[in-house]
Design a protein around this ligand. Structure first.
Ligand code: ZN
Length: 303
């Protein structure tokens, strides 16, 4: 039983409209679900991804309107790493981001950038043959597009403390230099740990809330027991409507989720029209009028 890399990464934004502009227009991802936070339905939960809304390319944001930018510290993911196809793609993005006045910096075989609230991303040229997960965008040729997650980097005061849960519980493989990989039959994804900064972290806009690892539908019930055996304290299985989830904090302090790879975002929307209207899980439908009144309307980025 193996995890199929990263399912999604969830972060916080203080400004849904600016967030939508950055991820759907500038970075060329597809808004695949416009919904609300199921633990606080007065705020948006926006899901960006590839054309099909696949696990492996799904970056999501809880909106807390006006949230001040936070700062990643120990136990927090501080960088999201995406695959691109070539050095030409890095050059394409360096040029596109410069024109958009987005902070970006070339590194060896990589390009680092920050979203408007300071969330750091890194594009790396991949040598993986995992299927590329890309979105269609009129200004981003397919061969330049982001291809899904390669991994995340987190700050840890003691990465060795995470080894037992990662290797024995969750069947990650050491990937060198404080990194571990979860590789299944379809995809792989990495978590790498960096030394913590001196200043403590502060959750807020532009910080990552959690990272979710992908499980097949069949394996999902068994992962809770595996997490327990690895020493974690997982929640019960929570039905997120588009997938099933368990959550636990791993020993370095990063909030992990294990999410099932189905049923998927097209269970309640036509795949041609994902993300165009506000979608509520059935239990929130009776509250639709009240919920819509509290949310700032967001346009369809593809219009
Ligand atoms: Zn999640």
């Amino acid at each position: 039983m193996k995890l199929e890399g990263i399912h999604h990464v969830t972060a916080i934004t203080g400004d849904a409209q600016r967030n939508l502009d950055f991820y759907a227009r500038v970075l060329g991802l597809r808004l695949v679900k416009k919904t609300v936070n199921q633990d606080d339905p007065t705020v948006y939960h926006l899901f960006y991804g590839d054309e099909g809304g696949s696990p492996g390319a799904d970056l999501t944001f809880f909106e807390y309107p006006g949230a001040v930018p936070g700062r990643p510290g120990t136990g927090m993911v501080h960088r999201v790493v995406w695959r691109v196809g070539s050095d030409e793609a890095l050059a394409f993005w360096a040029d596109r981001l410069a024109k958009e006045d987005v902070w970006a910096e070339r590194a060896d075989g990589a390009l680092r950038l920050r979203d408007p609230e300071g969330l750091e991303h890194e594009l790396v040229v991949t040598d993986r043959d995992d299927p590329p997960l890309i979105a269609d965008h009129p200004e981003v040729p397919a061969e330049m597009a982001l291809q899904g997650f390669d991994g995340v980097r987190a700050y840890s005061a003691d990465p060795a403390a995470s080894r037992h849960l990662l290797e024995e519980g969750l069947d990650f493989t050491p990937a060198g230099d404080g990194a571990w990989e979860a590789r299944g039959e379809q995809r792989g994804g990495v978590i790498a740990y960096d030394a913590s900064p001196a200043e403590p972290g502060r959750p807020g806009g532009g910080t990552v809330h959690h990272v979710a690892w992908a499980s097949t539908m069949d394996d999902h019930p068994a992962w809770r027991k595996r997490a327990l055996q690895g020493g974690a304290h997982p929640t019960e299985v929570i039905d997120r409507f588009w997938f099933l989830s368990i959550y636990f904090v791993e020993p370095s302090g990063v909030l992990f989720e294990i999410a099932s790879m189905g049923p998927g975002f097209d269970v309640d929307e036509d795949p041609q029209h994902l993300g165009e209207r506000l979608v509520l899980p059935p239990r929130f439908e009776p509250m639709r009028e009240r919920i819509e009144a509290t949310l700032t309307p967001l346009g369809n980025p593809r219009e």
